[in-house]
Design a binder for this molecule. Structure first.
Ligand code: NAD
Ligand code: WQD
Length: 343
């Protein structure tokens, strides 16, 4: 059985990926300082898989403690999710974002080198593309100026890994550029449970529908798109999760073409904000209270992925669509609200 370290394993995408890894026969260890999560995610994983995943409550910016984990366990691979991810927060506190996201990455890479962990996967983001002109974006599309310090940490992260891979030829790495992950596990035992009030579209929709918010503002209906609202590539979190398993298998089986590769991770289709709302209303049977408002500063008009590379090389395909995303996100919102009422 191959043993994998998942950093940020109590977080949104990390917890879903642990479920998929366990389903595919991997042994998983998590490390998470719970700065944006708590240990309840591990209970949810236990409910789904029947397995208790060990979590080291360690800040990856602490090299000594991080190195001790690598010394204690013997990993075949690392999937590095741990990072701060709020765009707005990164604008206000750039140094905190650079410190957390870069130092933790450097420490994990140093430990991989020190302990000969040869398979490494990094959570990157479509935000590295900035305001890309040609759609859909392929992996060959260059970086544009980062819209915020958070996005810059992802650009820097990818560049650090690329430079690291030059002298460390035995270590294979993949940067996965996620587009807009959303939705929850079908069971609703795990889902997005950030400590910050959400700003992403899908949780804002479900919070509005459940009554935690009065209304949702559509940020701009006068863009040059088919209905005037912005277009994004929403991908179900379990599809994102499965792509990590497939990427890890790809590395473990030495199918990689170089020792540092990049893959887009989206559904490969654009969905507008108004279309996303319509999908939610259809699957939930609820009318959403929303207003058409001003554009949000910094928003990209439209972005979606060309997915040919991941599909052919990782032998991975999306199983879910925007309606599945809304259905599972809504179920998760309802279950969470019920448990809050009961406690
Ligand atoms: P999340 O906040 O739910 O999970 C990240 C986890 O990392 C949290 O549990 C947090 O407590 C932990 N963490 C942060 N800094 C740490 C540190 N120094 N030491 C130990 N643990 C630490 O976020 P997520 O949505 O699951 O995102 C996972 C990764 O995917 C991140 O790198 C994020 O930037 C990237 N990403 C997310 C999205 C998205 O829309 N969710 C899109 C693109 C990329
Ligand atoms: C989606 C669309 C909004 C809320 C962010 C990060 C990016 C990546 C994914 C991490 C946009 C519109 C939203 C609302 C709205 N994360 N919207 N009303 O901005 O595409 O990407 O998450 O790497 O780096 O920037 O996602 O969910 O915030 O917005 O109209 O209340 O929904 O304008 O068009 P975004 P989002």
């Amino acid at each position: 059985m191959k043993k994998v370290l998942v950093t940020g394993g109590c977080g949104y995408i990390g917890s879903h990926t642990i479920v998929d890894l366990i389903d595919n026969g991997f042994e998983v260890i998590s490390v998470d300082n719970n700065s944006n999560s708590d240990l309840r995610a591990l209970n949810g994983i236990h409910e789904i898989t029947g397995q208790r995943v060990k979590n080291y409550t360690v800040d990856l910016c602490d090299y000594e403690k991080t190195e001790k984990i690598f010394r204690t366990e013997n990993f075949d691979g690392v999937i590095h999710f741990a990072a701060l991810k709020s765009v707005g927060e990164s604008v206000g506190q750039p140094l905190w974002y650079f410190e957390n996201n870069i130092i933790s990455l450097l420490n994990v890479l140093k430990c991989c080198k020190e302990h000969n962990v040869e398979n490494f996967i990094f959570s990157s983001s479509c935000s590295v593309y900035g305001n890309a002109k040609d759609l859909p974006v392929t992996e060959a599309t260059g970086f544009s100026t980062a819209e915020c310090p958070y996005a810059r940490t992802k650009q820097m992260g990818e560049q650090i890994i690329e430079d690291f891979s030059v002298p460390n030829k035995n270590i294979k790495s993949i940067n996965l550029r996620y587009f807009n992950p959303a939705g929850a596990h079908e069971s609703a035992h795990i889902g997005e449970a950030s400590k910050h009030p959400p700003t992403n579209l899908v949780p804002v929709i479900t919070e509005t529908a459940i009554g935690k918010r009065d209304s949702l503002t559509v940020f701009g209906d006068d863009y040059d798109t088919r209905d005037g609202s912005c277009i994004r590539d929403y991908i179900h979190v379990m599809d994102v999760a499965n792509a990590h398993t497939k990427a890890l298998q790809y590395l473990l089986e030495d199918r990689n073409e170089s020792n540092c590769e990049v893959f887009n991770l989206g559904i490969g289709e654009g969905v507008s904000v108004l279309e996303a709302i319509a999908a939610f209303e259809k699957v939930s049977g609820k009318k959403l209270n929303y207003i058409l408002g001003d554009r949000r500063p910094g928003d990209v008009v439209a972005i979606y992925a060309n997915m040919d590379k991941a599909k052919s090389k990782l032998q991975w395909e999306c199983k879910f669509n925007i309606e599945d995303i809304m259905r599972t996100a809504w179920k998760w919102e309802e279950v969470r609200s019920e448990s809050v009422l009961q406690n």
